[in-house]
Ligand binder design. Structure first.
Ligand code: ARG
Length: 455
């Protein structure tokens, strides 16, 4: 493509070092789509005629079909997807093909292709997030009524519903969708026409190209347009955080599936055995996802590090944006899909979660609240119940098994209504504030999410 100025061919090693077609070939459909829009702008500007434009369009669609069928021969010597397709087009249709790159550089071309690619992928990822949210809601509904301890510091804290715990992840995933949707608005800006860095003296109708490619906006600074990869960084962050959410869910599932917790069973289809220990049923899907989330964080770091030292405008370093981007997109898509399946096959063991939630200590806060409702300042109530906890532990008897007279040694105002507080169902139903896990609240949240997800 640049043989005019050079008298020596590119070294073999440099070719292999610099080629990107082995991974950026996957942009081919977007490259073809962008080039067809470019050809229409060239036609409108009178650079090519209608016959040439038709030949370009036909040729590109033919090439695209061959690539889709796996029949296209990629040439590493032609570096990237853009030059491979352009060279093949010119080989097939001659001079019309050679006119296609007028007023265009690979710098604005690659920026366009990556934006088109990201836009499609974001939509797919959002769809997969919704599928997982639905699976979580269904699992919550299957386990309706299952009470479990909620934890802080991985120590039993207060009773919650299993459904409330799963809905916490539905919320996180909802924010992931919101973040991706927001990032998409910055992906969705059309850079073609920025040329190498300073536009062109041949004026093409950029608005026409944008309309053709369904972009609501066009970039406003040619230098920024060819060197901007903020939208990639934003996507990698949104994906990494989504991966971190999946990793936290993984950790919960892994704990729940242990003999020690025994809170859930996973289906045989989503667990694996051991080659040595016949009894094993391992939660590999969750472990792999916890592991893969590290890659997602790493990809974000790789991109930010790649960008931080770059002067204006395009620098070849930027070719290195693609592998982390592709890897994060592939990884999150497969993680979301496999997680939706695994969650669909996950059943809560309500008798086990209930047994754990029946630890009387989980209601220590409720007892303190009882004192507050009787006029005791909270800090004092906390201390009184703290002493009661110590007493209960030293006696080896739970709160329900302590006599009223024993309670009254810690605070004289206790009466027998305190035993009402110690009922798990009453305690849960009392958690009525907005966002708290009373069964009525949780049912309303399940309903709310069903509505959101069916919209
Ligand atoms: N393959 C290149 C990339 O992904 C395309 C842009 C190349 N531009 C250039 N001036 N060498 O960044």
């Amino acid at each position: 493509m640049w043989k005019g100025r050079f008298s020596q061919p590119t070294s073999e090693l440099v070719q292999r070092y610099g080629e990107s077609v082995s991974f950026d070939w996957r942009l081919y459909a977007h490259d073809v789509r962008g080039s067809i829009a470019q050809s229409k702008a060239l036609l409108a500007a009178g650079i090519i005629d209608a016959t040439e434009q038709a030949a370009i369009e036909r040729g590109l669609l033919e090439i695209k079909a061959e690539i889709a069928d796996g029949k296209f021969e990629w040439k590493p010597a032609l570096e990237d997807v853009h030059m491979n397709i352009e060279a093949e087009l010119t080989k097939r249709i001659g001079s019309a093909g050679a006119k296609l790159h007028t007023a265009r550089s690979r710098n604005d071309q690659v920026a366009l292709d990556v934006r088109l690619y990201c836009r499609d992928e974001v939509d797919e990822i959002i769809g997969l997030i919704k599928t997982l949210q639905r699976a979580l809601i269904e699992a919550a509904e299957r386990g309706e009524g299952a009470i479990m301890p909620g934890y802080t510091h991985l120590q039993r804290g207060q009773p919650v519903l299993f459904a409330h715990h799963l809905l916490a992840y539905v919320e996180m995933l909802g924010r992931d969708t919101a973040r991706l949707t927001d990032a998409r608005t910055r992906v969705n800006v059309m850079p073609l026409g920025s040329g190498a860095l300073a536009g062109s003296t041949i004026i093409l109708d950029r608005a026409l190209v944008a309309k053709e490619l369904d972009f609501p906006a066009i970039t406003q600074n040619s230098m920024d347009a060819v060197s901007d990869r903020d939208f990639v960084a934003e996507l990698l962050f949104a994906i990494a955080l989504c991966g971190v959410h999946l990793s936290r869910l993984s950790e919960d599932v892994i704990l729940w599936a242990t003999a020690e917790f025994g809170f859930v069973t996973l289906s045989d289809a989503h667990t694996t055995g051991s080659s040595l220990m016949p009894q094993k049923k391992n939660p590999d899907v969750a472990e792999l996802t916890r592991g893969k989330s590290g890659r997602l964080v790493g990809n974000l770091m790789a991109l930010l590090t790649l960008l931080k030292g770059l002067p204006m405008t395009y620098n070849r370093d930027m070719q290195e944006d693609k592998e982390p981007l592709f890897d994060s997109i592939d990884t999150i898509k497969s993680a979301l899909a496999v997680f939706a399946e695994m969650v669909s096959g996950m059943e809560v063991r309500a008798e086990r979660t209930k047994a754990a939630a029946s630890d009387p200590m989980l209601l220590a806060t409720d007892l303190a609240d009882y004192l507050v409702k009787h006029g005791v300042p909270f800090r004092q109530a906390h201390e009184i119940i703290g002493k009661l906890v110590a007493f209960s532990l030293s006696e080896g008897r739970g709160f329900a098994d302590l006599q009223l007279t024993e309670y009254q040694q810690f605070w004289s105002g206790f009466d027998s209504s305190l035993y009402q507080v110690l009922k798990l169902d009453t305690a849960l139903a009392a958690r009525q504030s907005v966002g708290a896990p009373s069964p009525a609240n949780v049912a309303a949240q399940l309903h709310r999410w069903r509505e959101i997800l069916s919209a």
